[in-house]
Design a protein around this ligand. Structure first.
Ligand SMILES: [Ca+2]
Ligand SMILES: [Ca+2]
Ligand SMILES: [Ca+2]
Ligand SMILES: [Ca+2]
Length: 312
């Protein structure tokens, strides 16, 4: 994978201003030893690896390895701030919130462990001392030490630190007279310095993650040489946006209608029209009247039978 990385110089206001460089970013496969091998070919390269955290739903761990040789910049590499102060990893375009932070050194070397003060500053401004005044007067080399809250223990104060092995330690800071914890000379941040990496939890991964290294003792010994460092961020992605609104079918209301027998209303029959009297003609009456004029009974009877056949 080839994409763009950025390496930043001092912060604005620290005397050198912001300096952005384009450096290749390569997917890291094979761990920090592989990074060290790449470092031999690319002395200033930022490496990026992305891996899902097993067993953690949707959370992912993103690791950014910045290979940049660091050593004390004063008096023949024996005291003072590192030559890159800070050594910076700029994280950009990563959504979500930080849920765990760890830092791993790449090939840390020292001629006098107590000389080292190492501080991580996150985009949220929290300052966490990773190691300070540890390991006594021991020498070591090729150390890929991981600093994380969940480590089994601390680096020793005066006892020698193991050399040539990979191990993890809690952030460790001893107070020691004559070895001041002060990153301000050269433009670093002022105290207080914390010792808990969980103080980055809940912040945005985006922004500058700065590693400040100092040799705090002016002697003839080189406090540190470092080939680079890895910042590992466990990130909880933001909630997925709600899915498009699904069309809800219209609610069907079932109405049950009980059939009822039609109401039968008894309608009284219309009143019968009175019989219409037929108009009388008067013919029968006249004929009957004339029958009285007949002389004989027989003639009158015959006349009446005929008259009764006439209309009334
Ligand atoms: Ca020194
Ligand atoms: Ca010490
Ligand atoms: Ca200290
Ligand atoms: Ca110190």
């Amino acid at each position: 994978m080839v994409c763009e990385g950025r390496r930043r110089g001092r912060k604005p206001g620290t005397g050198q201003g912001l300096r952005a460089l384009r450096v290749p970013v390569i997917e890291l496969r094979g761990g920090l030893r592989a990074a060290a091998r790449v470092a031999a070919l690319l002395p200033a390269v930022a490496l990026l690896s992305v891996a899902a955290s097993p067993g953690v739903a949707r959370a992912e761990t993103r690791s950014f390895t910045h290979l940049e040789t660091l050593f004390p910049a004063e008096e023949g590499k024996t005291v003072g701030a590192a030559n890159h102060y800070p050594s910076a990893i700029d994280v950009a375009g990563v959504l979500g919130t930080v849920t765990k932070v760890s830092v791993t050194t790449v090939d840390l070397k020292s001629e006098f462990g107590d000389d080292i003060d190492m501080l991580l500053v996150g985009p949220n401004g929290v300052r966490v001392m990773l190691m300070s005044d540890t390991c006594g007067n021991s020498e070591f080399a090729d150390e890929d030490w991981t600093f994380e809250d969940a480590a089994p223990g601390f680096l020793p104060d005066q006892a020698p630190c193991a050399s040539g092995q990979q191990a993890s330690f809690k952030p460790t800071n001893y107070e020691e007279p004559g070895r001041p914890d002060n990153f301000v000379p050269g433009g670093g941040p002022a105290a207080p310095y914390e010792t808990a990496l969980f103080l980055f939890d809940g912040s945005s991964p985006d922004g500058a993650w700065d590693l400040f290294l100092r040799d705090d003792t002016p002697n003839e010994l080189v406090g540190f040489e470092l080939a680079g460092w890895t910042l590992s961020l466990e990130i909880q992605p933001p909630p997925e946006p709600p899915s498009p609104t699904t069309t809800t079918p219209p609610t069907t209301t079932t109405t049950t209608t009980t059939a009822t027998a039609p109401t039968v209303t008894a309608v009284p029959p219309a009143p019968a029209s009175p019989p219409v009297a037929s108009a009388k003609t008067g013919k029968r009456a006249k004929a009957l009247a004339r029958c009285k004029t007949k002389k004989t009974t027989k003639a009158r009877a015959l006349c009446r039978r005929r008259a009764r056949k006439l209309p009334v």
